[in-house]
Design a binder for this molecule. Structure first.
Ligand code: HEM
Length: 340
């Protein structure tokens, strides 16, 4: 779809409400309220607007990515933490690394291409699957609720070069100190997807076979260590350096990550991804993800694939985090918009 048309589609309903609201109120006090876009639709439209999209065939966010396969081998401790089937038996994984934004050709070294994403699908012994959808952000999420996320995306979209000062996004950041801190946190471009650390950010509830439950947040740590691209190489980096490097690295040998989980103590907030838990919380090793092949038909397979952070399995449940709850409906809308 042409960018201008998608932007109109994104803003017209709100404009109509603004223009028509007073008239309808004057005509009929008991008239139903003017329709508003449901929140997940509005979120996807806000991403589209920022990306000059929608770009047919591509995700509304994390449009650019690379898909690889491998296995997950659980640690000895994993079954004691959760009875989930993949925590007691090795299973295949399908992993998509990505750049954020809905811009399909964003240069990998661009500042806007941070934080990167890592989505993991575990194929379970019964043929089903469960997913982890994580970000290379070690300081949580910029906002606490999906409503605030829409305000932030809308403010960014309305802060073009001609916006009056202070711009909407300057106003938002002025009244949301955590978001201001999050967006100004330095996030160097990784040397490779195989040298970046990823975080689940949203909390989940894990239950073992004895019925003992704990809340936790995933950490996915590269066994090669965390390495950033040296500053001198950022400016001259190929626009696809991350997407191109991973298949080469995998062809030369397996790329491994430790899957771990930071365990909450009683009272640690599970409903707010802006509230980090203290660094001294126990971290349990759940196992190793070993990536050893690149998917052949990238375009077709990526388009057909829909990760879902709430695709869970007995032994793992959602927390009461409203950001987590808001994700699946938005992802499903983006999936349909891609042309599936
Ligand atoms: C309300 C908050 C959020 C909204 C509205 C949102 C929206 C989206 C959308 C629309 C997509 C494209 C989905 C698709 O077409 O398959 C997406 C992808 C993605 N999101 Fe989110 N997101 C949110 C929060 C998060 C959080 C908290 C994380 C990580 C902890 C995250 C990580 C990702 C990743 C890694 C992808 C790419 C998945 C893939 O490779 O297919 N998002 N997001």
């Amino acid at each position: 779809m042409h960018p201008a048309r998608s932007i109109r589609r994104a803003v017209v309903p709100a404009a109509l409400i603004a223009i028509c609201g007073g008239v309808s109120a004057a005509l009929a006090a008991d008239a139903p309220p003017a329709p508003q876009e449901p929140l997940p639709v509005a979120l996807v439209h806000a991403f589209n607007k920022l990306a000059g999209g929608p770009h047919t065939g591509f995700r509304a966010n994390h449009a650019k990515g690379v898909l690889v396969t491998g296995t997950f081998t659980p640690s000895k401790e994993a079954p004691g933490f959760s009875k989930a089937a993949h925590f007691s038996k090795s299973v295949p994984v399908l992993v998509r690394f990505s750049d954020p934004t809905g811009v399909p050709n964003i240069p990998d070294a661009s500042k806007d291409a941070r934080p990167n994403g890592m989505a993991i699908r575990f194929t379970l012994p019964d043929g089903g699957h469960t997913d982890i959808v994580s970000l290379a952000s070690n300081n949580g999420f910029p906002v606490a609720t999906p409503e605030e996320f829409l305000q932030l995306l809308t403010a960014i979209g309305n802060s073009g070069p001609n916006a009056p000062k202070p711009t909407p996004v300057e106003q938002f950041l002025g009244s949301h100190p955590w978001t201001a801190k999050w967006v100004t946190t330095p996030r160097p471009a990784p040397q490779s997807f195989g040298t970046a650390a990823f975080y689940g950010i949203n909390a989940f509830k894990f239950t073992n076979a004895k019925g003992v439950s704990h809340y936790g947040r995933y950490e996915i740590l590269p066994l090669a260590g965390e390495h950033a691209l040296p500053d001198a190489e950022v400016a001259k980096a190929d626009p696809n350096y991350l997407m191109d490097e991973l298949p080469k690295r995998i062809a030369a040998g397996p790329v491994k990550f430790k899957l771990a989980v930071q365990v909450a103590k009683e009272g640690d907030p599970t409903n707010d991804p802006t509230k980090l838990w203290p660094a001294d919380r126990q971290v349990i090793d759940l196992g190793v993800i070993t990536l050893n092949a690149t998917v052949k038909d990238q375009v077709k397979e990526q388009k057909a694939l829909l990760y879902n952070p709430l695709s869970l399995t007995p032994g793992i449940e959602a927390s009461d985090d409203p950001i987590l709850a808001a994700r699946p409906p938005a992802y499903a809308i983006s999936y349909t918009q891609r042309g599936n």
